[in-house]
Write a protein that binds this ligand. Structure first.
Ligand code: IPE
Ligand code: IPE
Ligand code: MG
Length: 239
């Protein structure tokens, strides 16, 4: 793998899509695809420091994914619990700080407990910042942030005239994160499916045909090399 020579660390966000189709292609149950998908995360997290990526955010379950069969949803929830339990010590070994974004209210108590546990355990790690989006939806996040902001206004703690982009951003789940520089979606779909809507205002996008369980550090490296050549203007005219 080529190692990028960069001191300018980046936030990469990934829509890990295609687990179901990966399994179906092999005549296996969709949950096998999700299991393989979860296994892929480690290699990609490990590659981050070599590719100039300090923050990695992965989309694991959307606010719309509850519409799937009860069996698939239950299988995914049980996979998330097993994943956190199994990876907890490796996160410590590899200096990974883990945090979650999304609405936790609808998740079961056992899973929520594990999420709290891994966040607390890894809170002093800083080599790689891994954020897992679980029951996350961009619109839901903005709506929840607005609700909390409105509560502060109602209490007289914030003056409506002072509300600007920075104020609202402080109430988002992602308040601890820089905006993503690059959003990658695997599986060939070219849509964002409610992921980081506010935060991706100036993100670059890469849509990759590979299904997530086949996404390797070599593909990740190629994507990062392409990203390095992009001309990011942020609305300005570069002289
Ligand atoms: C992404 O893979 C994982 C989740 C949404 C939980 P999919 O399950 O969406 O896989 P496809 O898109 O059906 O192939
Ligand atoms: C987006 O993928 C959510 C995750 C990867 C967790 P989906 O497979 O749910 O999105 P759609 O339904 O194709 O838009
Ligand atoms: Mg999908």
């Amino acid at each position: 793998m080529n190692t990028l020579n960069t001191t300018d660390f980046k936030h990469v966000a990934i829509i890990m899509d295609g687990n179901g189709r990966w399994a179906e292609q092999r005549g296996r149950p969709r949950l096998i695809g999700h299991q393989e998908g979860a296994r892929r995360i480690k290699e990609i997290v490990r590659a981050c420091p070599h590719l100039g990526v300090s923050h990695l955010t992965v989309f694991a379950f959307s606010t719309e994914n509850w519409k799937r069969t009860q069996a698939e949803v239950a299988g995914l929830m049980s996979l998330f619990r097993r994943y956190i339990r199994k990876e907890m010590q490796d996160f410590m070994k590899e200096g990974v700080r883990v945090r979650f974004i999304g609405d936790r209210i609808r998740l079961d108590a056992k899973l929520r407990g594990l999420m709290d546990e891994v966040e607390e355990l890894t809170q002093n790690n800083s080599r790689i910042h891994l954020t897992i989006a679980l029951n996350y939806g961009g619109r839901d996040e903005v709506a929840r942030a607005s609700r909390r902001l409105a509560e502060q206004v109602a209490l007289g703690r914030i003056n409506p005239a002072d509300v600007d982009e920075t104020t609202l951003a402080r109430f988002l789940d992602t308040c601890f994160l820089p905006d993503p520089d690059l959003v990658i979606r695997t599986s060939g779909e070219a849509r964002i499916s409610n992921f980081l809507l506010w935060q991706s205002a100036y993100a670059e996008y890469e849509f990759i045909d590979t299904y997530w369980p086949d996404f390797t550090k070599e593909i990740f490296s190629e994507v990062m090399q392409r990203f390095g050549k992009r001309d990011r203007r942020f609305g300005a005219v570069v002289a």
